[in-house]
Design a protein around this ligand. Structure first.
Ligand code: SF4
Length: 239
């Protein structure tokens, strides 16, 4: 197989050229980022943001506003966010309650804790695992770390950063170790890298049948080399 020297910064530049530079995130507030994670399920990013905008409009996005809002006003937003909207009304209320009871309604002091403690603290919220906690710490510009969602993780594993392990957490750690010395200490770059890797995973590097023939990264992709280059050559040589 052809040895490939992976360069994350070049990869992010190639993605930015292909998809265009990402726009500003809809929010950089830690509590709103948690709401954004929980307001929708299995819908597009556009639909998720519409649901979030609806929540802002009809219920508000501060913990005390969510707790004071009527069930129906929150439901207007969660209905836009896909299946089981009633469950997500309860989920958003639960999130608001945790924010009030454990953080006095303000999560910003938690972001200033040492990194492991800050992650652990954010994980008190439902649906917030290590990747989401890292994303929140990145988007709030608290720590310059590249939190990855499942799409971004899949892209990096296929490219050849780290390796697929027995479970998601171990794979996540393997990729984080592999990219660690290639990160820029630049929040703008890291946020764009997160968004672009996610977009690439959703649009071309899909879970099933990635559209490698259209991919701007294929020349430096281990999966592509393995699947479309090395194997056919090996077969041809052996025949
Ligand atoms: S070449 Fe295929 S597997 Fe590799 S990054 Fe592109 S879409 Fe994903």
């Amino acid at each position: 197989m052809v040895a490939i020297k992976l360069n994350l910064q070049r990869i992010v530049s190639q993605l930015a050229k292909y998809y265009g530079q990402p726009g500003a995130p809809i929010t950089t507030d830690p509590f709103e980022l948690i709401l954004l994670e929980s307001i929708a399920y299995l819908v597009s990013d556009e639909r998720r943001e519409e649901a979030f905008a609806m929540l802002r409009k009809y219920a508000g996005t501060r913990p005390h506003e969510i707790l004071a809002a009527s069930h129906d006003d929150i439901l207007k937003a969660t209905r836009l966010g896909g299946m089981h909207p009633e469950q997500r009304v309860s989920r958003l209320r639960e999130i608001a309650l945790i924010a009030m009871n454990e953080f006095e309604g303000d999560l910003k002091p938690a972001l200033r804790l040492p990194l492991p403690k800050a992650k652990q603290t954010l994980r008190k919220f439902p649906s917030i695992g290590e990747p989401s906690a890292e994303k929140i710490l990145l988007f709030t510009r608290s720590y310059p770390i590249l939190g990855l969602d499942s799409n971004g993780l899949r892209v990096l594993v296929r490219l050849g950063f780290g390796e697929e392990k027995k479970n998601y957490s171990a794979t996540y750690r393997s990729v984080q170790e592999a990219i660690n010395d290639q990160l820029k200490e630049d929040y703008g770059w890291l946020i764009n890298a997160h968004v672009l890797l996610r977009q690439h995973g959703k649009e071309l590097c899909k879970t099933n049948r990635p559209l490698c023939e259209k991919c701007p990264l294929r020349k430096s992709c281990a999966y592509f080399q393995r699947t479309f280059v090395s194997v056919p050559r090996a077969v041809a040589t052996g025949s």
